[in-house]
Design a binder for this molecule. Structure first.
Ligand SMILES: C[S@@+](CC[C@H](N)C(=O)[O-])C[C@H]1O[C@@H](n2cnc3c(N)ncnc32)[C@H](O)[C@@H]1O
Length: 238
């Protein structure tokens, strides 16, 4: 199944209602992203969020950088609609652009360069050669000292470690749903998690490989800044 599944209203709203806010350690991931951006060698005046979903990540970056403006890119109509709502309080500081990152022509939808490019759980929907090409396109959009930070679903090294992640994720989601009053077991959540319709649209790559790609492209200060099994925050500086 392709990433087109994200254009489906049910898939988009299920993610926004259920999983987006429930991602384990999301506040810590945001803290790490913002901390890395604060260390940027150049002031963050313009930010690009790729696969922005409801605009949560871009909104957090704009809140932390009151002098910055930002562009949210996504290809899913329900996500774009939600991003417009989330980003409305930022007025002219934020704009929302429809473009398909699977097609190199997506860059025509945006103008100029960016001091920082961020992305959250989106690039893993692209096939591997396209991921790597997108990282090259991001490099080209950054001036010297510009930063790329990707908060991403990455591959486990072995099926056993993948199983560990899926169990940890299911237990975490189960606890949150029980807090909301649902009578549900971790086994039921595991079965649902494994069968979720967007799972087949995930094309995961180990974080080590992606950091290597970034270094090969020319990024420096490349690292995985934070990781919990298959959830990672990584990136680098041009
Ligand atoms: C799991 S959601 C993450 C949304 C948001 N970045 C966040 O962190 O909550 C993945 C997002 O990537 C978008 N996406 C997937 N494939 C895409 C593509 N080829 N072009 C543009 N956006 C894409 C989806 O529409 C969806 O909004």
């Amino acid at each position: 199944m392709s990433s087109e599944v994200w254009k489906d209203h049910g898939v988009a709203t299920a993610f926004l209602n259920e999983r987006s806010r429930l991602i384990p350690d999301r506040p810590r991931q945001m803290e790490v992203i913002l901390r890395v951006l604060r260390s940027a060698p150049r002031p963050i005046r313009r930010v690009l969020d790729l696969g922005a979903g409801d605009g949560f990540l871009l909104a957090s970056v704009l809140e932390a950088n009151p002098q910055a403006s930002g562009v949210a890119v996504d290809f899913s109509p329900p996500m774009l609609e939600q991003a417009r709502v989330t980003l409305a309080p930022f007025g002219p500081r934020a704009s929302v652009v429809e473009a398909d990152l699977a097609d190199p022509s997506w860059k025509r939808a945006i103008e100029g360069s960016f001091d920082a490019v961020v992305s959250g759980y989106a690039i893993h929907h692209l096939i591997d050669p396209r991921k790597r090409s997108l990282y090259e396109e991001i490099f080209d959009l950054l001036p010297e000292g510009g930063m790329f930070v990707n908060c991403e679903h990455v591959a486990s090294s072995t099926p056993g470690i993948q199983r560990m992640f899926e169990e940890a994720m299911s237990e975490h989601l189960c606890e949150r749903r029980r807090e909301r009053g649902e009578d549900i077991t971790p086994e039921q959540v595991y079965r649902e998690y494994i069968a979720r319709p967007d799972r087949a649209a995930n094309i995961l790559v180990p974080v080590e490989d992606q950091c290597r790609w970034l270094r090969e492209i020319g990024f420096r200060e490349v690292d995985c800044f934070w990781k919990f099994f298959e959830l990672a925050v990584f990136g680098g500086t041009r």
